[in-house]
Design a protein around this ligand. Structure first.
Ligand SMILES: [Zn+2]
Length: 82
């Protein structure tokens, strides 16, 4: 299996700004990301806003990005604002 390329900030910005899109629809938008890969990152975001350990799911870029946007985000999984 080909190792997955790290997510770019641009791709992650699209993911966090589209919590209402399905994994499938978002994978069309982000054409190098599979619905499964998107699901994993979204699961990581849900763990992060519930203050659980995400170090093996989310990169440093991702957690820094989430910190800077805190208060302005909606979780895809549980629809909670954080
Ligand atoms: Zn959540």
């Amino acid at each position: 299996m080909q190792p997955e390329q790290p997510w770019s900030k641009g791709e992650f910005a699209i993911l966090v700004s589209t919590p209402r899109m399905s994994h499938d629809a978002l994978s069309v938008e982000l054409d190098t990301r599979s619905p499964g890969a998107i699901a994993v990152v979204r699961e990581g975001i849900c763990l992060w806003h519930r203050r659980m350990d995400t170090h093996d799911i989310l990169s440093r870029m991702m957690t820094t990005f989430l910190e800077t946007r805190r208060g302005d985000l909606t979780c895809h999984k549980c629809k909670e604002r954080f």
